[in-house]
Design a protein around this ligand. Structure first.
Ligand code: AMP
Length: 114
C-alpha cells in the first residue's frame, strides 16, 4: 500500500475525526460527507485494504466489528433499523483502501441502492 490512507491517518490522530467509539481493535467515526441523517464508518485498526485482502486470521477482528456496530447502533440514535454497506473495488464505489463498513440510518433507506 503506497503511503497512509486517510483512515490510517485518523487512527494515528494525524487528522481529526468525530469519533463515536474506539477500542484496541476498531474505530467508529462520523462520515465527513453523510448520506443519511446518521452515517458512521466502522473500521478495523489493522490495515486491511478491502474485501480482496481479508485473511482467515482477520475473522476475529471482523466479528468484533459487527458486534461493536450492534452495540453502538442504539446509542447513536439508530433505533428503527439501519443499513450496513461495504463498498468493494471500483465497481463497488470503494474510494478509501482501508476496509470500512458504512452504517446509515435515521431515515428510511431506499432500495435498490446505487
Ligand atoms: P468508500 O467510497 O466506501 O471508500 O467510502 C469512503 C468514505 O469515507 C466516504 O463516504 C467519505 O465521505 C468518507 N471520508 C473520506 N474522508 C473522510 C474523513 N476525513 N473523515 C470522515 N469520513 C471521510
Amino acid at each position: 500500500m503506497a503511503g497512509k490512507t486517510i483512515f490510517k491517518r485518523i487512527i494515528d490522530r494525524e487528522i481529526p475525526a468525530d469519533i463515536v467509539y474506539e477500542d484496541d481493535t476498531c474505530l467508529v467515526f462520523r462520515d465527513v460527507s453523510p448520506q443519511a441523517p446518521i452515517h458512521v464508518l466502522a473500521i478495523p485498526k489493522k490495515e486491511i485494504a478491502g474485501m480482496d485482502t481479508i485473511s482467515n486470521d482477520d475473522m476475529p477482528i471482523l466479528t468484533h466489528l459487527w458486534t461493536v456496530i450492534r452495540d453502538i447502533a442504539p446509542k447513536i440514535g439508530l433505533i428503527d433499523g439501519y443499513r450496513i454497506v461495504l463498498n468493494s473495488g471500483p465497481h463497488g464505489g470503494q474510494e478509501v483502501e482501508h476496509l470500512h463498513l458504512h452504517i446509515l440510518g435515521g431515515r428510511y433507506m431506499g432500495w435498490p441502492p446505487g
